[in-house]
Ligand binder design. Structure first.
Ligand code: HEM
Length: 242
């Protein structure tokens, strides 16, 4: 099992990093011929940075458009951030002091993460209009994340695993040295689902995480009257012509 999971995690890690690099390069190269910031929009680069930060850290536009989705979405994403930061203890030795400090919060964040996901899934199941436009992958992504959170919480509160050994195993993997992995079913479930998440990430809707930075309605300045908009590729073509 230790070897099987080692192969799985190396494969998943390479696919995640390679896939993300490929998708981001694709976004980077995509022509943006039109000036289309959603107004009212900032007129300076500093303003765009601030707007993007509000969007990424507070989900500002979602807050303005739908408070219910914002509540569940924010609950899920903020909790996920805490849970992931809490997991840093499995990959660092000695554990950084601020990671040690957030451990108790990270634990309860697992519960709020599951609640947030439950709310988002309920919306897809019970709101007729949303159910109609939901695809199988919308449901599967939510189920995958709920499965990861539920198996993690069960390990935390019901059937414990040897977390010291889990840490030894992942520190080992980082140094290409395969260690023993505890033989607990819940841990196998948790890790298989996590590896699946890493594998599907670059090919799924979860790409909205890096994608938001490339959204022209959010990353453009409102200055079409001051300067003619020329995308990078068009500017290059113009300079090659002259
Ligand atoms: C290779 C990466 C990962 C490893 C080795 C790992 C391992 C673990 C372990 C051993 C626990 C039980 C903690 C305890 O008993 O104290 C746990 C809990 C949990 N895991 Fe993971 N996990 C990983 C990735 C993830 C990811 C990507 C997510 C979320 C998408 C996640 C979500 C959770 C949650 C919500 C809990 C319960 C709350 C907590 O104890 O933090 N895990 N994980």
């Amino acid at each position: 099992m230790a070897i099987l999971f080692a192969v799985l995690f190396y494969f998943a890690g390479i696919l995640l990093l390679g896939g993300l690099a490929w998708r981001i390069a694709d976004y980077w190269r995509t022509p943006v011929p039109l000036k289309i910031p959603t107004t009212p929009a900032p007129t300076t680069s500093g303003g765009v940075v601030l707007r993007m930060m509000r969007e990424v850290l507070l989900f500002e536009s979602l807050f303005k458009s739908n408070l219910w989705i914002w509540i569940f979405g924010a609950m899920f994403h903020f909790s996920l951030a805490l849970v992931l930061l809490r997991h840093l203890r499995y990959f660092t030795e000695p554990v950084w002091s601020w990671v040690a400090l957030i451990q108790p919060f990270g634990m309860y964040a697992g519960i709020t993460m599951l609640l947030g996901l439950g709310g988002l899934w309920g919306r897809r199941l019970f709101v007729e209009r949303i159910r109609y436009i939901s695809t199988p992958s919308d449901h599967l992504m939510l189920l995958l994340l709920m499965g990861i959170a539920a198996s993690g919480l069960m390990m935390k509160f019901l059937v414990h695993t040897d977390v010291i050994a889990v840490k030894g195993y992942f520190l080992g993997l980082m140094h290409l040295d395969i260690q023993m992995l505890p033989g607990d079913v819940l841990l196998f479930v948790h890790l298989s689902l996590v590896a699946s998440l890493l594998i599907v990430f670059p090919f799924s809707k979860l790409l909205h995480a890096p994608g938001v930075f490339f959204s022209p309605t959010r990353n453009q300045k409102d200055n079409p009257r001051e300067s003619r908009h020329l995308s990078a590729w068009a500017a290059k073509m113009e300079s090659e012509k002259s």
